[in-house]
Design a binder for this molecule. Structure first.
Ligand code: BTN
Length: 325
């Protein structure tokens, strides 16, 4: 489900995007509506998770301002070879989930971004907190012809591509928690969700979804159920969302273009370098099951290698957490 923001609200956001105070009267004049109608429109902005400050005598402001996504700017910052693999580019104000949209509009090279997700999906049925105009939520649909087997390890390789993009944006000391949580200082900065559609043994599509915290409003951040961070908290990191989105797309498109030929073996060493838990005692949790072991690394297909009671075991699914010694 997609929803275009009503014109008046878009105009209101444009005025407030400078981060300065605007009186109710001047907003009403600019928008050609009464002060009561301005008040109503401002209240509706709350539903986008935006925090409009109200100060007696000074008016209203969006603290910190807002810079909105712009498809032309994003595309301009993507290199020609990566841009050539984009067949369709969809940018929305608000929608349930960019992954869901692409699953319903499957098209090789279809890229989708939005300002806000009302039902952003995380791994293992979690919600991905996606307030308006603050972070990057993007998905790419990609068709593969050699069946699911050729995609082994892809979700880990996507994590590597996200880290490469982050490094190019001045964000360093990034690590990966198996399979693909992107961490800085043990806090989650970005998440990756791959969803499959089509024939497991032949033509199939993968929707690669990435959510990256850039300027997470504190109020929205309180709803996140795990330690998190955002680029705004990392000194030296770029926070221009158009540029951040462009770098992510660039890295992901080039990865997808080459993956069937290269496979995970091309990314395995790099993944191991980024492994947040190498040599640590971890607990692997999957529905109804828990295994504790020493994190050895990943196999050539991206499976988790754990040493359990002196013997190596390999696991395909689940989520790890660190065990205090
Ligand atoms: C995780 O739980 O770590 C995965 C989070 C993935 C979130 C992104 S945001 C863009 C895309 N659309 C979704 O609904 N989910 C992914």
């Amino acid at each position: 489900m997609t929803l275009q923001m009503p014109d008046t609200q878009q105009a209101l956001l444009k005025i407030l995007s400078d981060g300065a105070f605007h009186s109710g009267e001047s907003l009403g004049e600019c928008l050609g509506i009464s002060r009561a109608a301005v008040w109503k429109q401002l209240r509706q902005l709350d539903s986008y998770g935006l925090e409009v400050e109200r100060h007696k005598g000074r008016g209203y402001r969006l603290a910190g301002g807002l810079s909105l996504l712009d498809d032309e700017v994003i595309l301009r910052h993507i290199s020609a070879p990566a841009r050539a693999s984009i067949n369709r580019f969809s940018l929305f104000a608000q929608m349930d989930s960019t992954n869901q949209y692409l699953l319903e509009h499957l098209d090789h090279g279809h890229v989708c971004l939005c300002e806000q997700q009302t039902a952003g999906r995380g791994r293992r049925g979690r919600q991905w907190i996606s307030p308006y105009g603050s972070n990057v939520y993007l998905s790419i649909a990609w068709g593969f012809s050699q069946g699911i087997a050729a995609l082994e390890g892809l979700s880990l390789a996507v994590g590597v591509a996200v880290v490469d993009a982050l490094n190019s944006l001045g964000c360093h000391d990034v690590s990966l928690k198996w399979p693909n949580d992107v961490l800085v200082n043990k806090q989650k900065l970005a998440g990756v969700l791959l969803e499959l559609a089509g024939d497991a043994s032949g033509d199939c599509f993968v929707v690669v979804g990435v959510g990256l915290n850039v300027n997470m409003p504190l109020l929205a951040g309180r709803a996140i159920d795990q330690p998190w961070t955002a680029l705004q908290h990392l000194p030296g990191a770029e926070v221009n969302r158009n540029l951040v989105a462009a770098r992510l797309l660039q890295a992901l498109l080039l990865l997808l273009k080459n993956y069937e030929g290269q496979g995970f073996k091309h990314y395995r060493d790099r993944w191991e370098q980024l492994n947040a838990h190498k040599g640590q005692q971890v607990e692997l949790l999957s529905p109804g099951k828990s295994v504790v072991g020493n994190m050895l690394g990943v196999s050539e297909t991206g499976a988790l290698r754990l040493e359990v009671e002196g013997r190596e075991q390999v696991f395909l699914g689940g989520e790890i957490s660190v065990r205090p010694r």
